[in-house]
Ligand binder design. Structure first.
Ligand SMILES: [Zn+2]
Ligand SMILES: [Zn+2]
Ligand SMILES: [Zn+2]
Length: 173
């Protein structure tokens, strides 16, 4: 909670609560603005303030300089790991410090459940935009033929939907 009550630069009304999108981006909408679901149009003030997402320190070291890596989400919802020693010089428009960056294209976690189609293990796939789906571990993508290979079972998850990955610690056994 940094700014107690920020005002809209357009209409001088207070800004509303911080909203988080499915891809992890955060924004504040002007309290005089709202979304009309019936007309599918914005009503009132259309000011939106995007909030820079703080980079999260990771439990990984930079392969270049050994400093801590941080997880950063871009304005477009793409995720990347970058070196905490890296910066940006606005004067010279050049990166400063360590320039190590690794884009994250999605992560796969094994699931304890079996595919209802073929009985092979399922995996939880998170896209770079933060969307999640359960898919069959045998599924793949043939880059040459540009078509899916293996089992086609896919179940998209809604934002915030919980899934048991079976990776939790089980002290009693
Ligand atoms: Zn406004
Ligand atoms: Zn580095
Ligand atoms: Zn399958």
């Amino acid at each position: 909670m940094s700014d107690p009550q920020e005002m809209c630069p357009k209409c001088k009304s207070p800004l509303g609560d911080i909203v988080e999108t499915a891809s992890g981006k955060k924004f504040q909408r002007c309290s005089k603005g709202s979304w009309n679901a019936q007309t599918k149009q914005k009503e009132g003030c259309d000011y939106i303030k995007w909030i820079a997402v703080e980079p999260k320190p990771l439990d990984e070291k930079c392969p270049k300089c050994g400093s801590t890596l941080v997880l950063q989400v871009t304005r477009f919802g793409k995720k990347m790991k970058k070196c905490s020693m890296g910066g940006w010089d606005k004067e010279t428009k050049k990166p400063t410090g360590c320039d190590y960056i690794e884009w994250i294209n999605g992560t796969t976690e094994p699931l304890p459940d079996k595919c209802p189609d073929c009985g092979k293990p399922l995996v939880l796939f998170t896209t770079s935009a933060g969307k999640r789906m359960i898919k069959c571990s045998t599924s793949g993508w043939d880059k040459t033929a540009k078509q899916a290979t293996g089992c086609l079972y896919v179940q998209w998850l809604k934002h915030g939907e919980q899934v048991s990955t079976g990776t939790r610690d089980n002290p009693s056994g």
